[in-house]
Design a protein around this ligand. Structure first.
Ligand code: GLU
Length: 319
């Protein structure tokens, strides 16, 4: 008949089959950034590093390069990512069904916290002679890939300066990493980019060519900024990039970490708590994150807060 040994082996085998894999299973968390030369990718990578360092027994965070804000909001809509970074203006439009989301609001979009400010920029080489937005006429200009946040900003700026990108110049839709290279190689004359400073997308080309950033500060721009709560006028300080030795006036949005309402309260709570408790590590990980502070990180959120984030902020008396 069945001996005790046989029974013992069965118990051990069953025990291994059911408990061991469970004890080892970590939850994969996908975090969408943007172009590898931008700052969003650093947000996704650095928060992933902090999570894997401090909660690596529970989660396996993976930071992904993507096409940018619009791509990220659409991926969150399908719950293809757990977290992603997106511009505050795109979040507002996504949640409220405006612009790219006209008639199809992303109702499940939820805010987690704000990160760094991002300036809307028109970047050129000094040798193109471009000194204003109007000078783009007849040139070759990258207005951004369709999944990016900057493309919508480029369209707004061009409209405010009375230019039509389908007629007045040759518009390109390159991803940012290609656009930076194309500017150096003289394949384009300028690019629009909305990004935190400093960004490798400008630092790298600034090493091999003389860059210029064109101010975006007409009366129309200033009026537009006043009309929209998620825009502010700002300046890119002199010497942020090699060869640009004066302040450049333009407007800015806020980079925001967002999620979907279907992501669990526990996952969001763990991420917010661990990030806030290790904010020094995040601040030190990239120059654009140096000024992060908890109070500011709760401002500028244009989709409703996820309950997991709200739970942590209430616990800490931040709201
Ligand atoms: N603001 C850009 C976008 O929404 C991304 C900038 C970055 O990668 O830092 O697509």
């Amino acid at each position: 008949m069945f001996g005790g040994k046989w029974f013992l082996s069965l118990v051990i085998a069953l025990g291994l089959a059911f408990s061991a894999p469970q004890a080892m299973a970590k939850q994969d968390i996908l975090f969408g950034g943007a172009a590898i030369t931008g700052v969003y990718y650093q947000v996704a990578l650095q928060i992933s590093n902090i999570m894997n360092k401090h909660m690596g027994d529970k989660y396996n965070y993976i930071g992904r390069p993507t096409g940018g804000s619009v791509f990220n909001i659409n991926a969150l809509d399908r719950v293809a990512f757990d977290f992603a970074v997106a511009q505050s203006d795109r979040n507002w439009q996504g949640f409220n069904g405006a612009s790219d989301w006209e008639g199809k609001p992303v109702q499940g979009l939820r805010s987690v916290f704000s990160m760094h400010p991002e300036t809307v920029m028109l970047v050129t080489r000094k040798d193109t002679g471009i000194k204003s937005v109007e000078d783009l006429k007849g040139k070759r200009v990258n207005i951004g890939n369709p999944g990016s946040g900057q493309r919508g900003n480029a369209e707004d700026v061009l409209r405010m300066y009375g230019l039509d990108f389908t007629k007045d110049f040759r518009a390109e839709a390159l991803q940012q990493a290609e656009a930076s290279r194309a500017l150096v190689d003289q394949k384009i004359d300028a690019f629009f980019y909305t990004v935190g400073n400093p960004s490798a997308a400008l630092e790298e080309p600034a090493q091999s060519v003389d860059l210029d950033i064109i101010p975006l500060n007409s009366d129309a721009v200033k009026a537009f900024v006043v009309e929209h709560p998620y825009y502010i006028m700002t300046k890119i300080p002199a010497d942020t990039y090699r060869g640009i030795d004066k302040d450049i006036e333009t407007y800015a949005v806020t980079a925001t970490v967002v999620t979907n309402e279907e992501v669990s309260e526990e996952v969001v709570y763990d991420m917010v708590k661990t990030t806030f408790e290790n904010l020094d590590e995040l601040r030190a990980s990239h120059a654009a994150f140096r000024n992060l502070n908890p109070e500011e990180m709760l401002k500028g959120l244009s989709a409703p807060l996820h309950p997991g984030a709200e739970k942590y902020y209430k616990e800490k008396g931040l709201m």
